[in-house]
Design a protein around this ligand. Structure first.
Ligand code: GLU
Length: 371
């Protein structure tokens, strides 16, 4: 069976910890593995970090750059170098590659999202392995993916992948960081993300815990990917050949089972690509109507409005306990919402002085959140 496979590898796996130079043998094994998978007929996408790390090494900087402009400059140096190395290695195996640099801003416009989808389809049809990274040089804070774990999950969902492999500096997920807690329990299979609570997984809340991207972002990536129907595995970045073994059925790393009912592409885009600009708090009746009845949100069910947003922005819908129950595209601005919250739909024209949409969030633009 031919799969669509997304493999994400982090800077810590691609570079040597002591010198910061490229880990050439790991890179070579990765390239050989992905090329073999291509030859077997699979469609392969690589999401590779390393632009900042390689740029830093190239420029002889001893510290990781912190200032944004410097980081963006260093990434510009490193990205070219990184792709050059990949192209040399893949070319020696006659495998064509492509560089795809994305920012969240490219995908938040529905047109941009569909365009990126078409480009990936075309590249995969041509037998090319696209190598994706965030376009660090131009990405601005609010429109960044921020980490390549999230980016890889969004790409996996965009290309409708069967598998997402997150290759990192631990061999699998543990109940706590195994470097500090020797009795941390390994986790082999996660049937649904909620199960992580049962396993009492302590991921910490800092980005830097558990390697550069951190386990927090890996689990978030697994949540996004499995929610879009993509089976996800966390495995050792120093052994890229394990990707083939996992595909062959070996129980290596941690695997997350996909949700049986993947959301459609538009809903996935609303829930995971768009950055919510505000929050609407709902009364219990509205929460029930949305969760259980699959209904649209009406102004009458909104008790409180938070944030500044415009019509068609994404917003979070929360219950009284501040728990997110859904996300959706709102039909009114935050200023309008303040005026109409709690009112019946037929009162809206009178309150605003003009007729607006009947619903605050139409059910077609609403996605229930997975908690
Ligand atoms: N885009 C960054 C880079 O190439 C990596 C982000 C991450 O490590 O998640 O250096």
């Amino acid at each position: 069976m031919a799969y669509t496979i997304v493999v994400k590898i982090g800077t810590s796996s691609l570079t040597q910890p002591d010198t910061g130079h490229l880990a050439l043998s790991t890179l070579a094994t990765l390239v050989e593995t992905l090329t073999r998978l291509r030859r077997e007929g699979h469609r392969v996408v690589l999401v590779s970090s390393g632009a900042v790390g390689v740029g830093r090494d190239r420029l002889g900087l001893t510290e990781r750059p912190r200032a944004i402009a410097l980081k963006q400059a260093v990434a510009a140096v490193g990205q070219g170098r990184l792709i050059r190395v990949y192209d040399d290695l893949f070319t020696s195996l006659q495998q064509p590659i492509a560089q795809v640099l994305l920012t969240r801003g490219d995908l938040v416009q529905r047109g941009g999202y569909v365009n990126a989808y078409n480009t990936f389809q075309q590249l995969l049809k041509l037998g090319v392995i696209p190598i994706v990274n965030e376009n660090d040089t131009v990405a601005v804070d609010e429109l960044r993916f921020g980490d390549n774990d999230t980016l890889s999950a969004l790409v996996a969902s965009l290309v409708e992948a069967d598998w997402l492999f997150l290759l990192t500096d631990v061999d699998r997920l543990y109940s706590a960081d195994p470097r500090f807690f020797p009795d941390a329990q390994p986790i082999h299979l996660v049937k649904h993300i909620g199960q992580l609570q049962e396993f009492q997984v302590q991921v910490g809340n800092s980005r830097s815990s558990w390697g550069t991207g951190g386990m927090v972002t890996k689990i978030e990536a697994a949540r996004i990917a499995t929610g879009s129907g993509v089976r996800t595995a966390i495995a050792d970045g120093k052994r890229p050949e394990n990707v083939e073994k996992i595909l062959g059925g070996e129980a290596i790393g941690t695997q997350f089972e996909p949700q049986s009912r993947p959301v459609n592409s538009r809903r996935h885009w609303i829930a995971n690509v768009l950055v919510p600009a505000g929050k609407l708090y709902l009364d219990p009746g509205a929460v029930r109507a949305i969760r259980e009845g699959g209904k649209s949100l009406l102004a009458a069910g909104v008790t409180r409005v938070e944030g500044e947003f415009h019509p068609h922005d994404a917003v979070r819908l929360c219950d009284g306990g501040d728990r997110e129950i859904a996300r959706g595209l709102v039909n009114y601005s935050s200023a309008e919402m303040e005026k109409i919250r709690g009112s019946r739909s037929e009162q809206i024209p009178e309150i605003l002085g003009y007729a607006g949409a009947e619903t605050v969030v139409h059910r077609d633009n609403l996605v229930i959140s997975i908690n």
